[in-house]
Design a protein around this ligand. Structure first.
Ligand code: F0G
Length: 434
């Protein structure tokens, strides 16, 4: 076997076919730990390049193209794949200029099958659920995980169960979970409490939990890093910038970069910048105290995807910051929605949480932490259509305490050619970035 489950704190090991999320001795989070010495002889840039554009499963997936780095021993017949990944990397000079850097790429994880990066994790998680012979899988979710779990459970022939907060669910996400046939449970509790509940219910009823506490999820999400570096022809950017909520991506990215480096697939490690919403910023607060004090908080932000006050992967995110010489920054809801509006107006589009990446780059440039000549890749985590209410309310300038600085107003006109011509003679709204 090339992989084993290993506690990140005390190093205790468990076989990969044991249902365990935290170390039985010390409670630490578990990693799927691979035998890098053995893998070094197997993997190469050429191997992964040969699989680009493959029409065969599982290598047609942007996760399983890197199977050796995700789950090397798994039987390909067990893999539950849509297929996911293969998302675009956009180079955008206008947004780069706005943020204050010369070179900015945006990797759009909203282009995954259910519209968020969660699919990369869920293919790993559902595959492991099948390996373990599970019949039911569950998660707590701010929306995207549930949409993804619902789809992958349906594809794998398992029952999907999703726990939601009973308010502030983005409609695009809720409609997906219902449509894909998951058992939907709305609970009068926030995400943090629902995550505790799903873990208790999972343990009591023998249901496999597929939140990002599940290390097989994170193995799939590592592929975001591998794929983007492959898209850059294995040239490493200076910075990777991503939103931080439950900190699964932050954890997966650090592990991926370290493994790529140890395997000799990259020659240096880029710096990771994790961006939190100001109202959901426990990692940022801890970072300011050099991680000596961590306090969960009650979270509030318009970016409901990351409305999380007690991220389960906090210790792994701290490790990622240490491994990558990374930083944590916070941005306001105003900054998030303005950045989103600019990404949207480029024809790229994203959901509010993803706005953190661009807003974060601009802030870190202003702070002098990212230098203008450095190459930056921002991760867009979810699709524009996930949260249409937030988009429309912004452009109508109807959001509490947020001013639409880049609105695209809807024109209401009488059915008259002259009236319409008068409106069209005024030009569009976004001269600033067009
Ligand atoms: N962006 C989007 C669109 C998300 O849906 C999430 C998390 C994040 C960013 C944060 O990522 O947790 O890896 O730090 N959404 C989860 C959910 C919590 O339930 O869908 P993270």
């Amino acid at each position: 076997m090339l992989s084993i489950l290993q506690c990140m704190n005390c190093g205790r090991q468990y076989p990969v076919d044991e249902v365990v999320y935290n170390c039985a001795d010390c409670g630490g989070l578990l990693d799927v730990s691979h035998d890098l010495n053995a893998l070094r002889k197997i993997v190469s840039r050429e191997l992964f390049d040969q699989r680009l554009g493959s029409l065969e499963r599982p290598y047609n997936s942007g996760v399983w193209r890197y199977k050796e780095l995700v789950y090397p021993d798994v039987d390909p017949d067990m893999i539950v794949s849509r297929p996911e990944g293969n998302t675009n990397l956009y180079q955008t000079s206008k947004l780069a200029h706005w943020a204050g850097v010369e070179t900015l790429y945006l990797k759009h994880e909203g282009e995954n099958p259910t519209g968020s990066f969660k699919d990369r994790g869920m293919t790993g998680g559902l595959t492991q659920a099948k390996v373990l012979g599970m019949t039911r899988v569950a998660c707590a979710s701010t929306g995207n995980t549930s949409a993804s779990l619902a789809a992958y459970a349906a594809l794998g022939g398992l029952e999907g169960i999703v726990f939601f907060q009973n308010k502030q669910i983005a409609l695009g996400k809720l409609s997906q979970a219902i449509a894909y046939g998951a058992t939907c449970v709305q609970i009068a509790a926030d995400f943090d409490r629902n995550l505790e509940l799903v873990r208790e219910v999972g343990a009591a009823l023998g249901i496999y939990v597929l939140n990002s506490v599940n290390p097989f999820r994170l193995e799939g999400q590592k592929s975001i890093m591998i794929e983007l570096i492959q898209q850059l022809r294995w040239q490493v950017p200076d910075w990777i910038v991503c939103p931080g909520g439950n900190l699964g991506n932050s954890s997966a990215f650090g592990k991926a970069l370290r493994e790529l480096y140890e395997l000799g697939l990259i020659d240096r490690i880029p710096r990771l910048a994790i961006i939190q919403a100001e109202g959901a910023n426990p990692l940022f607060r801890a970072f300011q105290k050099e991680f000596e004090d961590y306090q969960p908080i009650h979270a509030e932000t318009i970016a409901t995807a990351i409305k999380i006050g007690n991220p389960v992967n906090y210790p792994k995110a701290v490790r990622s910051i240490e491994w990558t010489n990374g930083v944590v920054e916070q941005v306001t809801d105003q900054e998030i929605m303005d950045a989103k509006a600019l990404i949207d107006a480029q024809g790229i589009g994203c959901e509010p949480a993803s706005g953190c990446s661009l807003a974060g780059v601009r802030k870190l440039v202003n702070d002098g932490i990212i230098k203008p000549h450095e190459t930056v890749v921002g991760i867009l985590t979810g699709h524009l259509l996930k949260d249409p209410d937030a988009t429309i309310a912004y452009h109508r300038d109807q959001l509490d305490s947020i001013k639409a600085h880049y609105p695209n107003h809807i024109h209401e006109v009488a059915p008259s050619v002259d009236e319409i011509a008068r409106i069209l003679s005024n030009g569009g709204e976004h001269e600033l970035i067009r």
